[in-house]
Design a binder for this molecule. Sequence first.
Ligand code: PLP
Length: 460
Amino acid sequence: MVSPRPSQAALARSASTSVLHRQLNKTYPRAVSAQGAFLYDASGKDYLDASGGAAVCALGHRHPRVIDAIKAQLDTLAYAHSAFFTSDAAEELGDWLVRRAPLGFGRVMFVSGGSEAVEAAVKLARQVHYERGDTGRVHFIARRQSYHGNTLGALALGHHPARRAPYEGLIGRFPVSHIAPCYAYRHQRPDETAEVYGLRAAAELEAEILRIGPEQVAAFVAETVSGSTIGAAPPAPGYLAHIRRICDKYGVFLILDEVMSGMGRTGHLFACAEDDVSPDFIAVAKGIGAGYQPIGAMLARDEHVQTITKGSGALAHGHTYMAHAAACAGALAVQRVIEDEDLLPRVRASGARLRTMLSERLGDHPNVGDIRGRGLFLAMEFVADRESKTPLNPRRKFAATLKDVAMENGLICYPASGTADGVSGDHVLLAPPFNISEDELTLLVERLGRSIEESLAQTT
Ligand code: PLP
């Protein structure tokens, strides 16, 4: 018997039979095409991509210059193993990045994504200590409510209770301890200025280094602007500069994870430039390839690479797809578009505009506790009570509901919830394309406002 033709709506939401998705009991709409800030499913429904998936799609979808660059690269050389060759695409992208990186960053390792970039930074930091003969430095300090990726090392560094839980027995052996994040909305005291809070939050690092023993600490790892677990929480003024001073005092390396916040998302190519702080290693990923190709990068200060060059002469780390030529060509085209179309000032201006629009539409809402972020990396935190900042009851599952309701309303945003330090909070992260238009910003705020109100009503 011939089965009846599935309806467009059924096609759009047909369950996966072979592909493993994170939510196993859920059916996902099939994305079939995209253009600019919109994705379309098989029924033709449009979704305004207000979070670039997860802060990935910096240029929106189907930018012709990026597509042409990737096609041209595939036509000449898709892949050559980095143990045998380098390529024009990798060299040009490397030069492009180091010329724009904080001073002293001369070398880049290209990998396939954010977790790999973080792992590369962690391993290189350790290798540099090791080759210097400082072999006792194996301990890493990171922050609670942070996320650094899902591979085992990155997961150990991060502090995402739900993602860690099944693996505690494995990652519990990784020598890492956690201090508080820089999270002004929850941790700045009413009698403190932002600067005083920043110094107090950074002082936790010094106390932790002294507790562990400075001769054992390899590096401190932090997101420059906290992304998925807190929601676009920027460092307090002076926080990162003080962190840098503490790291220098004890010979501890500073690794900044800019996988989400880097490559222009905050309005600066490297987010730490806004804080005038230069780390030892930087991990970037999402925005570098902007979703056109899977690529991440780890940038290292020259002096650290020199240590290894003069020592063993070889990185004790690598992957098959390192410096993939087509991925590098795509990323180079993305970065050229950002510069040629003058998108960094536009990110700052559109970010300020979106923030104002969010404040006008939702700033007085009794369940919106905070609107924060930098550039086009913004978040709203939801509360049951603004005065006491009491979080929404986790049993309401507000973040999960908002994700689904927003999808129904044709909006992709990034809601999340998390528990740390006894506080469970819900927030939504926004990271639209750098070239989003005024009309699209209006639509974003309209669909988001409606989705938030419907989700609150559904989860009382
Ligand atoms: N670091 C940060 C700050 C992230 O937000 C993420 C992903 O969300 C990662 C690392 C891991 O990146 P990936 O998922 O590409 O491995």
